[in-house]
Design a protein around this ligand. Structure first.
Ligand SMILES: O=C(C[C@@H]1CCCCN1)Cn1cnc2cc(Cl)c(F)cc2c1=O
Ligand SMILES: [Mg+2]
Length: 573
């Protein structure tokens, strides 16, 4: 490709609303252009990268035996009403009416569509199992789209769905997809972890794993063990620490609970300051509204409540902290002095609190707290469980030696065991060998294909721009004649350009009439891994090869260039 004809511009500065490196560089290097918030055009260079990412996903899906199809983006609302999800989702689900005033949704995902399709096409166990996938644009009207392709409102997803006759079959399909994902992200050169995750809104009856690209700007926190391969999204991570840590106020258990005056002392910090105690000695009690029920959760003062664990324990659809006006309507609650004792609604007690021997807590009375609270003695521990976020440094729940370290991650893949959640609602059944009607067992598997570009750039860039792995680079070689006014250089560059093309190498030649500095800055921004410079050495038919990733330079005769380039294309990642 000749850069003088390429529909492409680089920007000296990145727009102010681009906050993360990958967003800034994609705009500055000319890979994408924003049409509207969260909605982007892939420019020719960006489209080439996206197509390579798609192709790697497609190859590994096909290798895993999945079959590609392509479903519509416009989905009849009836399907979503049948699955009960039409009302479950709010403004995030983009709804529209066609010219006959019939209701549609723009597909954010395709469980309903694929399940109704399979129901109509398959009715015998002999036709199962089958895994179907598509690579298709999804629509989710995010309230705050941000970070470029990382959280867009129109994005490219590979979504796959497996249909099995039984749970064992689902297990096989699930791990088949899991291993295909490992191959995909390895080929993409991404530093990733598969982590145990929460199934979130999709529900489902089995396990679920997320594939996380490690990156400081990632929205998710991962807890991973230093010794074994345990890794979990913080939403789900458990701790191995159940022993009562030292520094705990140990008191013999006949010291009665005692109320004491704490005027205007409402927060953990104020308690710590005024009583000169540690947050570990405090029982923090927070009131939630789960669906329409009031519940309180009590965790130790140095821990954070994990709302997803609470929601899952209660089996609630949604959960929200009771704000001050909600609290005002709840009897027995005194804002700022809420404690776990004698509340007129259930209290979920974290196991760490249950093991405390003497805690400080709100007295459920204005300006008063209690001390010497001994949960085993003073609380009816009907709901004891894991309701908190693990903290870094705690013991691994799976092995003896390891401890949990935190990382930030970008979710680039998510695999789910769905079970019969959708097949039941949409009647996806089959006749088993005895002719009995059974419900299909499903799994679903997503990869954020457009999000991969952001994750790769977050992990592969320097101050000057992107550093593409060869598997994704828009071109393999950037051929740069220093001056197109010098005939020797132009002639040699043309010769090498055709040689490279004849050898099937993807080459972009910067034949623009620009100063060398501009060419090098643009080349650094775009991030093509191999660069060939045709400069002064053109007299002796010598060219210079450098790698974008390392500034190592080697000069060699043009006849040796092809062989060297082929070596480099294969070697560097
Ligand atoms: O999409 C999934 C689960 C899997 C992920 C892998 C591929 C198949 N689907 C979860 N999810 C996320 N956001 C959504 C947003 C809207 Cl507006 C919606 F209506 C539905 C969903 C929704 O179901
Ligand atoms: Mg997730």
């Amino acid at each position: 490709m000749r850069q003088s004809t390429l529909f492409h511009n680089t920007l000296r500065e990145s727009p102010s609303d681009a906050e993360v490196v990958s967003h800034q560089l994609m705009l500055r290097a000319g890979f994408i252009r924003q049409l509207a918030a969260g909605i982007y055009t892939y420019m020719p260079l960006g489209r080439r990268v996206l197509r390579k990412a798609e192709q790697i996903v497609r190859e590994e899906m096909d290798r895993a035996g999945a079959q590609e199809l392509l479903m519509p983006a416009m989905q009849p609302a009836e399907l979503w009403k049948e699955s009960g999800r039409y009302s479950q989702y709010g403004p995030e689900l983009i709804r529209l009416r066609d010219r006959h005033d019939r209701e549609f949704a723009l597909g954010p995902t395709h469980e309903e569509v694929i399940t109704s399709l399979v129901t109509n096409e398959i009715n015998s166990y002999r036709r199962l199992p089958v895994t179907l996938y598509q690579i298709q644009t999804k629509f989710r009207d995010e309230r705050r789209p941000r970070f470029g392709l990382l959280r867009g409102r129109e994005f490219l997803m590979k979504d796959a769905y497996s249909f099995d006759t039984d749970w064992k079959g689902l297990d096989r399909s699930y791990w088949n997809m899991f291993h295909a994902y490992q191959r995909i992200f390895t080929r993409l050169g991404i530093n990733f972890r598969a982590v145990e995750a929460d199934a979130g809104t999709i529900g489902g009856e089995g396990g679920t794993h997320e594939f996380m690209a490690l990156a400081d700007i990632g929205e998710d926190t991962i807890a991973a063990c230093t010794c074994c391969d345990y890794a979990a999204n913080l939403e789900k991570a458990e701790s191995g620490t159940t022993d009562i840590p030292d520094g705990q106020m140990i008191s013999d258990d006949d010291t009665e609970v005692e109320k004491f005056y704490t005027p205007e002392i409402k927060t953990i910090e104020q308690l710590v300051q005024s009583l000169q105690i540690s947050p570990m000695d405090i029982i923090k009690t927070v009131v939630f509204i789960a669906d329409d029920k009031v519940v309180a959760v009590a965790v130790r003062g140095d821990h954070e409540i994990n709302e997803i664990k609470v929601k899952n324990y209660l089996g609630a659809q949604d959960i929200v902290i009771a704000d001050s006006e909600a609290l005002a309507k709840i009897s027995g609650v005194t804002v700022g002095f809420i404690g776990p004792m004698d509340l007129p609604f259930p209290v979920l007690v974290d196991h760490t609190v249950a093991h405390m021997t003497s805690g400080i807590a709100g007295a459920n009375e204005l300006n008063h707290h209690v001390r010497n609270l001994y949960p085993i003695r003073d609380l009816e521990l009907t709901h004891v469980g894991d309701f908190r976020n693990v903290t870094e440094g705690e013991k691994c729940p799976r092995c003896e030696e390891g401890i949990l370290k935190f990382n930030r991650g970008i979710e680039i893949g998510h695999v789910f065991k769905l079970g019969t959640k959708y097949s039941e609602q949409l009647g996806a059944t089959f006749l088993d060998p005895s002719g009995k009607e059974q419900t299909m067992i499903m799994g679903c598997y997503g990869i954020g294909v457009s999000r991969i570009l952001s994750a790769v750039i977050e992990q592969n860039h320097d101050d000057n721009g992107v550093i593409w792995p060869t598997t994704l680079a828009p071109f393999q070689v950037h051929l740069i004649p220093i001056s197109i006014k010098d005939d020797k250089q132009t002639e040699l560059a043309q010769k090498l350009y055709h040689l490279l093309l004849e050898n099937g190498i993807e080459v972009l030649m910067d034949d623009r009439d620009e100063r060398p500095g501009v060419k090098f800055k643009d080349s650094d921004l775009i991030g093509i891994p191999i660069r060939i410079i045709v400069g002064k050495g053109a007299e002796q038919e010598h060219v210079e090869i450098t790698l974008r990733k390392h500034n190592v330079k080697e000069s060699l005769h043009v006849d040796d260039a092809i062989a060297r380039i082929n070596e480099l294309v294969k070697s560097i990642h």
